[in-house]
Ligand binder design. Sequence first.
Ligand code: NAD
Length: 485
Amino acid sequence: MTHPAQPKASHFINGEYVEDTTGTPIPVIYAATGEQIATVYAATPAIVDQALSTAKEAQKAWAKMTGTERGRILRRAADIMRERNHELSVLETYDTGKPLQETLVADATSGADALEYFGGLAGSLTGEHIPMGEDWVYTVREALGLCVGIGAWNYPTQIACWKGAPALACGNSMVFKPSETTPLCALKVAEILHEAGAPAGIYNVIQGMGEVGGALVTDPRVDKVSLTGSVPTGKKVYAAAAAGMKHVTMELGGKSPLIIFDDADIDNAVGGAINGNFYSSGQVCSNGTRVFVQKGIKEKFLARLAERTGNAILGDPMDEATSFGPMVTENQMNIVLGYIEKGKVEGARLICGGNRADMPGYYIQPTVFADVTDDMTIAREEIFGPVMSVLDFDTEEEVIARANDTEFGLSAGVFTNDFSRAHRVIGQLEAGSCFINSYNDAPVEAPFGGVKASGVGRENSKEAIKHFSQVKSVYVRMGDVEAAF
Ligand code: NAD
C-alpha cells in the first residue's frame, strides 16, 4: 500500500504535478524508523528545462499585476496553509523526523507567516521621487526576474516559503529545489500557491541532488539564486552565480556563541541554551553551540542544565508528548556521533548524553560537554546535532574576543541582567542575528542572516525585499539639453 507521504509525482511545474521516472530515484526515509516511505526522481535535463522555461515565461505577466493582486494570492495561500496545518505538520514530521510537538507550531505556521507578511507588503513596494530643481529623478522597484531557491533539509516548508514569499511579492517567479533529503514539503507549498490563485509556472518545484542545483545556478535564464545550506556548498554556489553575474542570498552555517554572565537569571539562561542547542535535535543553523558561562555560575548552570535536559522526551515523533526527535538521516547521526567521540577523546567533560539512544531510528541523546576549550574540534566546527559545548570565561573583554574568533557569524546571544552590558557586548559581536535574554526567535518581521562565512543578504522582514528586487532610476529633464557641440 502506498504510504500517505508519497507525493502524486516528483515535480510541480506549470501548475501541475509532473513525473519523469528516468531521473535518479531518491528514497525518502522516515528518520524515526529507518523505513522508506516514498520515492521521488531527480529532475532530468528535460525537467530542469521545463521548470525554467515555464517560470521565465510566467514571470512577465506576474510582474505586470499590481502588488495588491499578487499579495492577495499570497495571503490566500497563507490562510490555506493555516487551515491545513495539521496535515502539513504530519508531512513535515515524515520529511524530517522532527516531533509533531514542534512541527505543529514552527513549520507550516512559519511559512504562512511569511506568505501573509510579504503578501501584505506587496502592494506598498514603491520607488522614490527625488527633486533636482526643475528636473527630477524617480526610482522604480522592479522584480529581478527568475529566481532559484535551493533548500537545506532542516526546515523544508519554512525555507520554501521564506524564499518564495518575498520573491513572488516582488513580481519574480521561482524554481525551488528542496534538499534531496527532504523532498516532500515544498511540493505542498507549490500546490497551495496554485490553489490560492498563483498563475501556472510562477512557483515550480523540482527534485534533485547538488547536480540539479548546479544546473539551475548556471542557467543563463536565472537572475538570482537564494541558497540555504552549508558553507562549502555556499562557496560553490556563490562562485557559480558570480560567473553569470547573478544576485545571491546565502544562508549558511554557524558556530554561534551564547554568552551567559554570572548575573543572569539561571533558569532563563538554561532555557535559552536548551532552545539554542536541542530544538529540532540541534539541526538549526543559528544554534548557540558555544555556550560561554562566566565562572561564578558555572557549576550551578551545569547542574540545572543537566536536570532539565534529563526531562527531554525521546520517542515517536507523531506522539505530541515527544519533545526530542531523531537526526534527519543515518549519515547525519553518524557525523554527529563522530563529533561526540572527538569531544570525549580531546578531553571535554561529558555532563549528559553522549550516545546513540537505545531505540529504533536515528536518535542521539541530547549531549552536553563542559570544560570545552576554544581549540577543541567540537568548539570549532558546525556539528548540526544535539551537542552543546560549555566553555568558561572570566571577563567581558575576553569572552567577546573568543566569541568572535571563528570564521562564522550567523547568530549570537547574551544573557545578563545588566542592560548596558547586554547592548555593549552585542554591539561588538560579529553576527547577523542576535538575541538578548533569549535565543533562536525568528519572527518574519525581523531580518535573518549572517556575516563572515555565514552568509550574504538577509531573509525575512523588509530587508528581504531589497534582495528580491532592483532599483531603476529615471532622470527626467524638463528643459533643453545642453551639449558641448
Ligand atoms: P548542503 O550544503 O549539503 O545542501 C544544501 C542544498 O544545496 C541541497 O539542496 C543540495 O542539494 C544543494 N547543493 C549541493 N551542492 C550543490 C551545488 N554544487 N550547486 C547547487 N546546489 C547544491 O546543506 P544541508 O546538509 O542540506 O543543510 C545543512 C546546512 O545548512 C548546515 O550547514 C546549516 O547550518 C545550513 N543551514 C543554514 C540555514 C540558514 O538560514 N543560515 C538554515 C538551515 C540550514
